[in-house]
Write a protein that binds this ligand. Structure first.
Ligand code: CP
Ligand code: NVA
Length: 302
């Protein structure tokens, strides 16, 4: 595997399978005696410039369970918040740490950090990508369906979000056929739709019905991602036809399961009825962040 995980373009199918095999083992062994502690004696920084519940907690707990120590850093309170350069920060942090987990705005900052640090850098969400979440989502589909090859995933809503971008890459690697239903204004990135890797595929349509047809899993994400709050009003009105409600869910394959990276804005992109239905596996998905990220850290930072 490469030193860093900055997007799913950093891994191939074999890496993905290695991550999932280890994640499944760590999940099965959690709480049992003699679990691996590959981060024993090591410190990992988790740097956040944006809000988080799942990512912050699952990385912190994961680092602890792997035997390591977490340093949580609010990016705005570090000297980066006062203009220290990303390369200088990288050269300093690599002297102390076994790895860096970072959630920030610009993907290029994460890339610059990784290019300048000898230690692994894991992207914990940028405006462009959220690879840990997308890998978790595919792992969750694998758990529920027993396979990923040939599955169809329908994604509704903001087709230009970090989640749509990351799912496009992860689904291709996993052999999943992704259909993104999104309006013209929020259509997926063409370079990612065109990415030639794996046996899966990704397509864009403005038709919810077309995307939902024969879908084994249905995914949605918030309409207003972090950092895009000033566009809220426009997004709410343009994306309203892409809401995942019961009538829309019935357009998918009978028994289709519902995924959401969370946090959900109940009543906007997803209704209470769908979130709380037996089709929803969003909390299994949230739990799996822990297992998948532990596997990623064990593989990159040990
Ligand atoms: N899904 C996810 O990354 O959640 P948080 O923003 O709470 O970390
Ligand atoms: N697209 C969302 C994902 C949150 C986990 C955001 O960036 O806010």
């Amino acid at each position: 595997m490469k030193k860093d995980l900055l997007s799913c373009q950093d891994i191939d199918r074999k890496d993905m399978e290695t991550i999932f095999d280890l994640a499944a083992k760590l999940k099965a062994g959690r709480g049992k005696p003699n679990q691996p502690r590959p981060l024993e004696g090591k410190s990992v920084a988790t740097i956040f410039a944006k809000s988080s519940t799942r990512t912050r907690v699952s990385f912190d707990v994961g680092i602890y369970e792997l035997g390591g120590h977490t340093l949580y850093l609010d990016q705005s309170k570090t000297q980066m918040g006062r203009g220290e350069t990303v390369p200088d920060t990288a050269h300093v942090l690599e002297r102390y740490l076994a790895g860096i987990v970072i959630r920030t705005f610009a993907q290029k900052d994460v890339e610059e950090l990784a290019a300048n640090a000898k230690i692994p850098v894991i992207n914990a969400l940028t405006d462009d990508f959220h690879p840990c979440q997308a890998l978790t989502d595919v792992f969750t589909m694998l758990e529920h369906a027993g396979k990923t090859d040939g599955l169809k995933l329908a994604y509704l809503g903001d087709g230009a979000s970090n989640m749509a971008n990351s799912l496009t890459l992860a689904c291709k690697l996993a052999g999943v056929h992704l259909a993104i239903a999104a309006p013209e204004e929020f259509q997926p990135r063409k370079d990612l739709l065109d990415w030639k890797q794996g046996t899966g595929s990704a397509m864009w349509t403005t038709s919810v019905k077309e995307a939902m047809q024969d879908a084994d899993f249905v995914y949605t994400d918030v309409w207003v991602s972090m950092g895009f709050e000033e566009e809220s009003k426009r997004r709410m009105s343009i994306l309203a036809p892409y809401r995942l409600d019961m009538a829309t869910l019935r357009l998918a394959k009978p028994g289709a399961k519902v995924l959401h990276c969370l946090p959900a804005h109940r009543g906007d992109e997803i209704t209470d009825e769908v979130m709380d239905s037996s089709a929803s596996i969003v909390f299994d998905q949230a739990e799996n962040r822990l297992h998948v990220q532990k596997a990623i850290m064990a593989l990159l930072m040990a």
